[in-house]
Design a protein around this ligand. Structure first.
Ligand SMILES: [Zn+2]
Ligand SMILES: [Zn+2]
Length: 377
């Protein structure tokens, strides 16, 4: 299929506020912080060794540090899915259950080899139904301190998952990866996800101009489209370090003054950190199951960018698997090594694990780590 260009508007602007030149959006590469910072992202994990896009596309202007979102190839296709998505209120919780198949059509995945997108991003993954259920606080509260963003950070009202702005090596995923016309694509275990606000999720603006709710993040706070109070077009610099602000919004049918996030057209697009607390198990749930492959398996070149679970920890309390076999129980591994499980997880990083690096971080031998892993399988 011939190259499809994201047409529509070249400049998003409204009566007031910031305008974004979509042909020269700032590239987010390198805007990784270790603490909350406006316009940057504080990610829990990145893996510089992970696979990236095969090559930088011509829409990226490295010298200027910008990219042309209107010139990026779009993954072609128009595939419909049996979306099963439900939001329900159960006492003081909002229960999200979804098969992650979006309510809008997707592109064809794996990316067709005949497409222009394939020249830059050979995402070999297919979209697969998931089983997701998470319960979020109906009335979320700010935590004492913000926290870093995991890989999977929430979901949009299409029923599909929202990941943070980064690909696996920690670059600007929206700039580098190719997505379909709804800004989504699947990762290794088939989880269809976005790295920014999908334009297939309606932003029905409220009468006063503020964007509509477009999803929820894992701390329970809502995320809204790119327009703030009185319809002001927002940029990241208009928001706090975590990409949100507080003012009166309608929430559960009431007018309340409450924190909320906004999506913007500029990096980091959605949350740069999380202001409420979240459960690691929810991250695991919406990150999808660990891909069925052994260490040292298909990785390297064909490893699609951004396809690894970032910061998502590992499913079902398991850990990075070895070649074949069940994943080890990280709690047992940590106990055997006499360290905390979080320290172990941090050292192991996102899958696939680099045992040499992990052992170095932990100050133990690779053999010791390997045998502890094997014993806990
Ligand atoms: Zn707002
Ligand atoms: Zn991705």
């Amino acid at each position: 299929m011939k190259k499809t260009v994201t047409a529509l508007v070249w400049v998003i602007a409204s009566g007031s506020g910031h305008s974004h030149d979509l042909t020269a959006l700032p590239l987010g590469d390198g805007k990784l912080s270790q603490s909350p910072k406006v316009g940057w992202i504080w990610a829990c994990h990145t893996d510089p060794q992970a696979g990236g896009a095969q090559r930088a596309g011509p829409w990226i202007n490295t010298a200027k540090g910008t990219y042309d979102a209107t010139a990026k190839p779009v993954v072609p296709g128009q595939v419909s899915w049996p979306s099963q998505f439900r939001l329900s209120v159960q006492q003081d919780q909002r229960v999200f259950s979804s098969n992650d198949l979006p309510s809008h059509p997707t592109g064809s995945f794996p990316i067709p080899s005949s497409s222009d997108a394939y020249r830059y991003d050979r995402n070999p993954n297919s979209i697969a139904a998931q089983t997701m259920q998470v319960a979020l606080p109906l009335w979320p509260e700010l935590a004492a301190q913000p926290t870093c963003v995991p890989g999977a950070i929430g979901f949009l009202l299409s029923g599909a998952v929202l990941f943070n702005a980064l690909d696996a090596p920690g670059r600007d995923a929206v700039a580098h990866e190719t997505q379909d016309a709804c800004q989504g694509h699947p990762q290794e275990s088939g989880v269809y996800h976005y790295h920014n606000l999908s334009n297939c999720v309606a932003d029905k603006r409220e009468p006063a101009g503020h964007s509509a709710l477009v999803g929820y993040l894992l701390d329970g706070f809502g995320i809204y489209g790119p327009y703030g109070e009185k319809g002001q077009a927002l940029a990241s610099k208009d928001l706090d370090e975590c990409h949100g602000h507080t003012h009166t919004i309608s929430w559960e049918g009431k007018q309340v003054t409450m924190y909320h996030y906004h999506a913007t057209p500029d990096f980091p697009y959605t949350a740069g950190c999380l202001r409420g607390s979240y459960k690691q198990s929810d991250v695991t749930t919406i990150s999808g199951p660990r891909p069925q492959r052994g260490m040292g398996g298909p990785g390297g070149r064909n490893q699609p960018p951004g396809m690894q679970q970032q910061g998502g920890g590992t499913p079902q309390g398991g850990g990075p698997g070895g070649p074949g076999g069940a994943p080890p129980d990280l709690n047992r591994v940590a106990a055997a090594l006499g360290i905390g499980v979080q320290k172990l997880r941090d050292a192991m990083g996102p899958p696939p694990p680099d045992l040499q690096a992990a052992a170095t971080k932990l100050g133990i031998s690779v053999d010791a780590l390997q045998s502890a892993l094997n014993a806990a399988r």
